[in-house]
Design a protein around this ligand. Structure first.
Ligand code: SF4
Length: 355
């Protein structure tokens, strides 16, 4: 409770935020719980989080810790730090996501309540409904009907977000519209000479500091970016099969699944994978994707980011890759369906300053 007697919950703008926030918005709003989000990631968020964990920890977890600290600075004393063990039967998250509450408790030595509900669909009685009940109990809400009604509101916002994302709407717009209760289907009228698939997790792509605004940079080069948000679960499952893989990791959908789908997709000229330094599961998946990409005749660029990654080198690699896609397209080595490709001069020389 704050001084106005409102129930407050802090949500770090990191990791599962990029997947689950539309649901949480609908759910908590319906329960009358006000959400306080941490601020967008800055250099300080990264360095404050990094200072508390061992160097080998992956960048997204360092960023997560930085966001918890930011919420504490804002005076929030109840912070949602879920332990998402498995998202379907025997489909597990990585150990860092599973052990997040323990990590936060051990490294952030401050006085606050960690709302540490567990979701484990591989176990009995630890499904979504039990998970939501556990969270609501921290606010003294135990009425099943009230929790079910709130969860319906959560799914409505979540589904609206995904409908808009699939139509090609930008992540920010789909997020803003869905939490305002709006649903629009966007007609994509602009033609792009080049299309790429960006393969990564939401927290690597849509955290603009971690991703160094990669989508915006590609847009400035007249490149259209597709991500896993434009795909259905079935398309990603099919993508996993086309790369000869079995589903085991929860994040295999947005990595192997999206890569498998887009490698077969004729409108995609090239594939970019974006991984965070220190991520074990991703390095295994990227290795398999890279090995199998050759037979699909699609150029592939692997980018790894950490808190030291320089923007200049990052832009240079992107520009070189996009230039190569234009050259290959002109030479007819990859997809040839863009009408004016022979006259097109790529806009790949720009200078960007970071804040
Ligand atoms: S999947 Fe990789 S990047 Fe994500 S939390 Fe786990 S180790 Fe970190």
């Amino acid at each position: 409770m704050n001084k106005n007697n409102e129930m407050l919950i802090g949500i770090p703008r990191a990791l599962s935020f990029y997947h689950d926030y539309p649901f949480y918005f609908g759910f908590f709003t319906d329960l009358g719980i006000k959400i306080v989000l941490s601020d967008v990631t800055t250099k300080h968020t990264m360095s404050s989080g990094s200072a508390l964990v061992v160097t080998e920890t992956c960048l997204p977890v360092k960023v997560y810790i930085g966001h918890v600290l930011n919420l504490l600075d804002k005076g929030v004393d109840k912070i949602l730090v879920p332990s998402i063990q498995s998202i379907a039967h025997k489909i597990y998250n990585c150990s860092k996501i599973r052990g997040l509450p323990d990590l936060v408790r051990n490294v952030v030595k401050k006085d606050f309540t960690i709302i540490e509900a567990t979701l484990d669909k591989s176990e009995k009685n630890q499904g979504v409904y039990e998970y939501l009940g556990e969270i609501a109990a921290y606010f003294g809400i135990k009425d099943d009907k009230r929790i079910k009604k709130a969860s319906k509101a959560g799914w409505r916002t979540f589904n609206n977000f995904h409908i808009m994302s699939k139509s090609g709407m930008s992540y920010e717009k789909a997020m803003n519209d869905s939490i305002q209760g709006k649903v629009f289907i966007e007609n994509q009228t602009r033609e792009y000479p080049i299309s790429v698939a960006l393969i990564s997790h939401g927290y690597n792509i849509y955290d603009e500091r971690a991703s160094m605004k990669i989508i915006e940079k590609l847009e400035k080069m007249d490149v259209r970016t597709y991500t896993s948000l434009q795909l259905s679960r079935e398309q990603m499952e099919d993508g996993i099969k086309s790369l000869g893989q079995e589903l085991y990791w929860a994040n295999e959908y947005e990595m192997t699944g999206a890569a498998g789908h887009y490698l077969k997709d004729a409108k995609i000229d090239g594939v970019i994978t974006l991984t965070a330094f220190g991520c074990g599961p991703d390095s295994l998946m990227i290795e398999r994707i890279t090995r199998r990409a050759r037979r699909f005749n699609k150029p592939l660029l692997n980018l790894t980011v950490d808190e030291q990654t320089g923007e200049a080198g990052f832009i240079t690699r992107l520009e070189a890759f996009v230039d190569m896609l234009y050259r290959k397209k002109r030479a007819g080595i990859i997809n040839m369906d863009f009408k004016s490709q022979s006259e097109y001069i790529p806009n790949t020389n720009f200078i960007e300053t970071s804040n």
